[in-house]
Design a protein around this ligand. Sequence first.
Ligand SMILES: C[S@@+](CC[C@H](N)C(=O)[O-])C[C@H]1O[C@@H](n2cnc3c(N)ncnc32)[C@H](O)[C@@H]1O
Length: 251
Amino acid sequence: MHLKPLKRIPLLMLLALSSAVAQAWTVDELAAALQAAARSEADKARDADRKPAEVLVFAGVQPGMTVLDVMAGGGWYTEVLSVAVGPDGTVYSENPAWLLEAMNGAPAKALSKRLADGRLPNVVRVDRGLEEGKIPPASIDIALTALNLHDTYDRFGRGAAVSQLRQIARTLKPDGVLILIDHAGLPDQDNARLHRIVPDLVREMVREAGFEIVAEGDMLRHPEDDKTKMVFAKGIRGKTDRFVLKLRPTR
Ligand SMILES: C[S@@+](CC[C@H](N)C(=O)[O-])C[C@H]1O[C@@H](n2cnc3c(N)ncnc32)[C@H](O)[C@@H]1O
C-alpha cells in the first residue's frame, strides 16, 4: 500500500513506540527466558526461592541496559542479569578482594568457571571494582546487591557500609537505581552470627549515603521466618525473610 509522506510519520512513530514498549520485560516473559537460557540446572532450581524475574521487573531492568552486580560472589545474579539485559546490554560483575578470597576462594573459582570461554559475552568481570573505583562513574542504569550489605557492615562497620553505598551511588546514572536485598534480622540479637541485618538500620544507612527509598518489594518476604536462625541453616536457607529496597541517589 502506498502512503503519502505525511501519513507515514504517525505510522513510524507508532512502530517506534511499540518497539520501545515491547522492550520492557513482564515477570512471566523474564521467568520463561531465565528457564530457557543456558543456565545450569542448579542455578535454575534457585529461581523458585530467589524470584529473579519479580525482583528484576520491580527494578525496571530492560534489554540493552548497563547494570552492576555488587559483591557478585560466584555470580548467580550476574548470569541472571546477563539474560535480562541481553546481547545489547552490559553487566559489570563486581567483587571486593575479601569476598573473592572467602571460603578458600570458592566465589572466585565459581565466577571464573561461570565466565570461562566467554560463555557470557555481555559480562565484564571487575574484581575490586568499587574499592578501586574501576566502574565508570554515572554509567549504570541499575545496580543490585543481593544478601551482602550485612557482610560489609559486620566485617568493617557502619562507616564502611555507608561508604560502599556512596561508591555505588557514584556509579549510577542520574536516573539510575540501586536494588538492595538482605536477610531481615531482629533488634537486640547477634545478627552478625546469623548473617542478618535489621531493616530499619539499613534504611538509616542508605539515607545517610544519599539515597531515597522509592519503593520496597515484598516478593521475598517470609513472615513465617522468626528471624532467629542462621540464614544458611537447613530448613531456612532460601526461605528467609528478605527485604528489597529500590533506591535512587538524591545527589
Ligand atoms: C550469600 S553470598 C551472596 C553472593 C551474591 N551477591 C548472590 O546473591 O549470589 C554472600 C556471603 O555469603 C557467604 N556464604 C555463601 N555460602 C555460605 C555458606 N554455605 N556458609 C557460610 N557463608 C556462606 C559468602 O562468603 C559471602 O560472605
